[in-house]
Write a protein that binds this ligand. Structure first.
Ligand code: GDP
Length: 337
């Protein structure tokens, strides 16, 4: 199938074509990369826009239970829902957190849902870049809500926040002083904190935890992209499907406000710029990692290790080898140009 036809099928909502397109963007083969780029260029013109929701939480807080309940609720409202994952551990296990489809058994059988495991790539940056493109493909295929799941390990949240319109942090009821357990950086990117498992014996603890986080959120610096009352903390029970409709109402209210005030479009524009720069950075790094440049790096690295050259001197040689002048680059960098 040529790329024009694949693009046509993806935009008509053909799920097999979508799966195939995602496989293409995940491939690191040079010819595949060129095709993937062409495919994304072609699909850009569909102009479709999903609500992209980043969802993070440590293992065991109930992410898959939540995604299943929440996803089923949305498809029940007639929405088409895609679920993708950025899984930093996939590099270690070679598998993925969503590899086991039984985690979202009902949702994976729902004709209005599409679940895709995390790509296995050698580093988080690669996983994130390809997931971002998979999000764009799902959007072009007509999915109206795209959930991007990640396990909370710091770096991956930042990557997911760079591709999501909303960032939701899922927490479990805590015993006492566990507030510090959530890194400040993650609190700062959260739009909505959901304290899950607010049911049965855990309900009082969930309500306390929620109050603690609501207090902590009020102490954060006010962000221009938030209307009054956001970011917000609330309790849910993914298991009993309680609070999910309210959570969705909050998400849509926030999104509507951001659309009206231009923050939604501005964020997407910033993100597009971020990924463009990231792609260029990674391209330059890749150039250093292979071929003659790699050999030159090895050779100069050995000289530095043996004390035959200074790190700065060898770096200047290396950049010279790439046609760049270190002194000029450093000066430009310092001036921010
Ligand atoms: P994940 O690792 O974040 O994907 O978490 P899972 O969705 O696999 O859930 C971990 C455990 O928490 C499972 O035993 C779930 O049944 C349980 N769990 C998830 N959501 C809830 C909830 O709302 N209430 C209660 N009581 N348990 C839940």
């Amino acid at each position: 199938m040529d790329i024009a036809e694949l693009a046509e099928r993806v935009s008509s909502g053909d799920r097999r074509a979508l799966a195939r397109a995602i496989t293409l963007v995940e491939s690191s083969r040079a010819d595949h990369r060129a095709q993937a780029t062409e495919l994304l260029e072609r699909l850009k013109h569909t102009g479709r826009q999903a609500l992209r929701i980043g969802l993070s939480g440590t293992p065991g807080v109930g992410k898959s239970t939540f995604i299943e309940s929440f996803g089923m609720m949305l498809t029940g409202q007639g929405l088409k829902v895609a679920v993708l994952a950025v899984d930093p551990s996939s590099t270690r296990s070679g598998g993925s957190i969503l590899g086991d489809k039984t985690r979202m058994d009902r949702l994976s059988r729902d004709p209005d849902a599409f679940i895709r495991p995390s790509p296995s790539q050698s580093h988080l940056g690669g996983v994130a870049r390809r997931t971002r493109e998979a999000v764009a493909l799902c959007e072009a295929a007509g999915f109206e809500v795209v959930l991007i799941e990640t396990v909370g390990v710091g770096q991956s949240e930042t990557m997911v926040a760079e591709m999501a319109d909303l960032f939701v942090l899922l927490l479990a009821p805590a015993g006492g002083d566990e507030l510090q357990g959530v890194k400040r950086g993650i609190m700062e990117i959260a739009d909505l904190i959901l304290v899950n498992k607010a049911d049965g014996d855990l309900k009082p603890a969930a309500m306390r935890t929620c109050a603690d986080y609501a207090g902590a959120l009020r102490l954060l610096r006010k962000r221009p992209q938030d209307p009054e009352g956001f970011p917000k903390a609330m309790t849910v029970s993914a298991l009993e499907e309680d609070g999910l409709a309210t959570a969705w109402d909050e998400m849509t209210a926030l999104t509507d406000w951001r659309r009206e005030t231009g923050h939604f479009a501005a964020r997407r524009a910033d993100q597009a710029r971020f990924w463009f720069e990231e792609e260029v950075r990674q391209g330059l790094l890749a150039r250093l990692a292979t071929g003659p440049a790699r050999a030159e790096m090895e050779r100069l690295g050995a000289d530095v290790a043996e004390g035959l050259a200074t790190p700065a001197g060898a770096a200047a040689d290396m950049l010279g080898h790439l046609g760049l002048d270190l002194a000029t680059e450093v000066e430009k960098g310092a001036q921010g140009t």
